[in-house]
Design a binder for this molecule. Structure first.
Ligand code: GLN
Length: 200
């Protein structure tokens, strides 16, 4: 049976858990480093990346999470989870915040924040050719720069008519700026589970 860990320090981990279970995989709420051992894949949920980073630091999870991400196992970061996975973030609080890193992108933390707190949009589906997916953006980041290894899976209109990436993959890493776990649509979770099964 496929086991998906969901970082459960803060944020929307229960919603992710419910969706993963609906797809027939088992879940672990990850709060301790040793829980990482038994996982086939890991989800870093949305919430507040500064809080999550600080709690992860306090609980000795930052280095184990870095090791896990760099071991090449599948990880999916949504929203704040995308920020944690990013190698570089702009718009951080003074003094910065601990990032796990691994994903060769620069995220702008509250890219959409000033124009509106949250919005929804229809995006290309993770599987090409499928009908568009409804996506919820809540104080969402955007990916403003990505390295050569990164594949952009979806974009939306950003500032000054530029298109910004809101879903990317890089090897076994997947990241989305929006929240599939807050909709009824299981397709992004199914896409991640496929990637986990292909990797194990
Ligand atoms: N902008 C938030 C942060 O910096 C993320 C918001 C979210 O996860 N919905 O953590």
């Amino acid at each position: 049976m496929t086991t998906i860990g969901i970082l459960a320090l803060q944020g929307a981990f229960l919603e992710h858990e419910a969706m993963v279970k609906r797809l027939g995989a088992q879940t672990v709420q990850v709060r301790k480093p040793q829980q990482l051992d038994a996982l086939d894949g890991l989800i870093l949920p949305g919430g507040e990346s500064t809080t999550m980073g600080l709690v992860a630091e306090r609980w000795g999870l930052v280095e184990p999470l870095r090791g896990w991400v760099r071991s090449g196992r599948p990880v999916w970061g949504t929203c704040a989870g995308l920020i944690l996975l990013a190698e570089r973030a702009t718009g951080q609080k003074a003094g910065g915040q601990p990032l796990i890193g691994g994903l060769d992108v620069t995220v702008s933390r509250n890219y959409f924040g000033r124009q509106s707190e949250s919005f929804e949009s229809f995006l290309v589906a993770p599987v090409p050719g499928d009908p568009p997916v409804r996506a919820l953006f809540i104080r969402a980041p955007a990916i403003v720069e990505s390295g050569e290894e990164v594949t952009v899976l979806a974009t939306v209109a950003g500032h000054a008519e530029e298109e910004v990436a809101v879903a990317v993959s890089q090897g076994t890493l997947l990241a989305t700026a929006f929240h599939p776990e807050l909709t009824d649509d299981l397709r992004w979770h199914a896409f991640f589970l496929e990637r986990v099964r292909a990797a194990s």
